[in-house]
Design a protein around this ligand. Structure first.
Ligand code: SF4
Ligand code: SF4
Length: 195
């Protein structure tokens, strides 16, 4: 940690190190340095409204060395790994992978502000681990009951509309080959623990 009176050169080194840390902790070439700040990712993101910073803003903050602000942000936790931003990014930045890196760093340092967003992410992963896909109705219901019980009534109208139009399923469905997926996930956990 640099002292508060650090020189601009020292600050610059500190900022560079956070950018480098994110790049080095992201598997493969994440292309973060290629980001042109176009904002396409934020405009495409289905969770954008819940994020306190858009992915574009998060990448600018990483470049600016705002380590604490980035790691405290709820943005990575609301990323549901849909990969839509990555499909649309003109620079092929590995946005979703960078979100995972930020989550790992935040967990390591226990710096996120509240448990709502991490809980959301944990529930999402549990559904995927058990069924091979997310179950939106179960995910949202469990999250709202735990963190915002009155929100259940607020969302009920929209939920019913989506259910009747067939945009939401009443029950979760398990993918074929769930055992193979579980074997892959277990192997990934083993490799992560050994790293
Ligand atoms: S879409 Fe790609 S290039 Fe544009 S702001 Fe997002 S990460 Fe950067
Ligand atoms: S992968 Fe994450 S950041 Fe990208 S559009 Fe989907 S939810 Fe948003």
């Amino acid at each position: 940690m640099l002292p508060a009176h650090a020189s601009p050169t020292q600050q610059s080194l500190r900022q560079k190190s956070f950018l480098e840390e994110v790049i080095q902790n992201t598997p493969g070439d994440c292309r973060l340095l290629s980001c042109i700040q176009c904002g396409t990712c934020g405009g495409s993101c289905p969770s954008g409204q819940d994020m306190d910073h858009t992915p574009r803003a998060i990448f600018a903050m990483i470049s600016a060395g705002l380590r604490q602000e980035v790691l405290k942000s709820n943005t990575p936790w609301y990323c549901v790994s849909c990969y839509y931003c990555m499909v649309r990014c003109p620079q092929s930045v590995h946005i979703t992978d960078i979100m995972y890196t930020l989550k790992r760093l935040a967990i390591k340092e226990k710096v996120y502000d509240d448990s709502k967003a991490p809980d959301f992410s944990k529930s999402f992963i549990e559904w995927v681990e058990n069924y091979g896909r997310a179950f939106e109705l179960g995910l949202m219901s469990m999250h709202l009951i735990k963190h915002n019980p009155f929100g259940v009534f607020k969302m009920a109208g929209m939920g019913m509309g989506m259910l009747t139009k067939g945009r939401l399923a009443f029950t979760p469905t398990r993918i074929r080959g769930i055992d193979s997926l579980k074997a892959i996930l277990n192997k990934a956990k083993e490799l992560e623990a050994a790293a």
